[in-house]
Write a protein that binds this ligand. Sequence first.
Ligand code: FES
Length: 505
Amino acid sequence: MNDPVRIELVPLNTAFQVERGTPLQDVLFEHGVEFPCGGEGHCLGCRVKVLDGALPATDEHRRALGEEAVRAGWRLACRCRAEADLRLEISQWEEAILVDHAAVSFEPGRGLGVAVDLGTTTLVAQLVDLQTGTVLGVRTGLNPQARHGGDIMSRVQFAVAGEGRERLTGLIRRALGGMIGELLAGARNDPGVPVRVRIVGNTVMHHLFCGLDVEPLSHYPFESEHIGPGRFKGSDLGWGGAADLEVVFLPCLGSFVGSDILAGLLATGLHESPSPAALIDLGTNGEIVVGNAGGMVCASTAAGPAFEGARISRGMRAATGAISQVRLQDGSFECHVLGGGPARGICGSGLVDAAACGLDLGLIQPSGRLADRRAGLPLTDGVALTQADIRELQLAKGAVAAGLRILLERSGIGAQDLAAVHLAGAFGNYVSRSSARRIGLLECPQELVRPVGNTALLGAKLALFDDADEDYTGLRARVRHVPLGSDLRFQDVFAEAMLFPEGTG
Ligand code: FES
């Protein structure tokens, strides 16, 4: 690093170095800070207080936060760059988790809770004081199963061969046990304090953590009977120092619609909403729910890994060196690279932007073909989109758009009747809504789309306080699973949805 500055985050006392001038949003996310509106500057969820160092205040800060708060040192992290050494207080780690979700009844509990989002790629665990709702610690990490397959289906293939399932179960239980052990080591002075753990994840992660056979998920009709909650003591999981923990992996909503989506319903309140809305989690597996308090339908659709930057020639995760945004400036591509410096590759949000710009310039045709038989679309020195990259993107966006169209049809709701489209997950947080609409990934009006951040983690936190219906039987009974694989129309709708909309370019 040429010109580093040091950033320290309190109250968790995490410290690290970044290149001077790095946008805070690029680095704080990797340290467990959420950007609920995707960095658009309107949710105020990314507030940080400058304890030491300087972050210049702009008019935008004053308008959003008020003069008094700005004078007290508050800033929006999504609107700042690290130009000097900084000591920052992260407001979202201090606040009771339910302050923005007053509709959800919240009974203070006793002891400590750990909410875990077990993703195919990443792991996040937050330690919560159940009396006050404040976050006492955060740990993030990579899912160690990834060395045996990056996406869900390759993980399933590994699991069904030989001893694969036991290996994957052991890896994830040890990884989470280690993270939870570290969180508790600094916080539980009295071993008699009860600790509950609520884990959410997709159906494959659920099966692998719970030690269930994933073979039924490896072939048509891709359905498993064992989608209920998994209950354990820490001792069942080999968590020596945390043997007394009460651990629940929340139930799935259907095959390939996991408890991460159930958590998303809890976090967005869609299941209690009088108006129809949609929740979409854009990952390798696009998971979608449509409906309202009266009833919901859900489905999963195999989007493939393009949104996570995989199977793209220069694709990469949203990390330092990834092109995360592409805009047109005087007819040329202008790229934002995470962390500054030269581009090493492109992540999902950059890919969607690049395709939208390519369509606007007429360099990509509505069929997806590159115009004039060109071999690629150069974005920066060394990073270009190929024809195969565009095809991967079409497969991903076609699968999601087709899934949403069919669920809307099945529920008798028109896209124009939706009150909101909640976009969950890291990719959903960062993808540009206008680019998503331009490429036909989201076919609803842009103003309906709300990036909602990590609803899986927030839902798991809400579940820590929920004693009434730990199995979520009532909620699950109101959600009907639609297996798209056996829907006769899906292939036709999918083929149509793979095309890019005609535009002005
Ligand atoms: S205001 Fe910064 S993420 Fe929403």
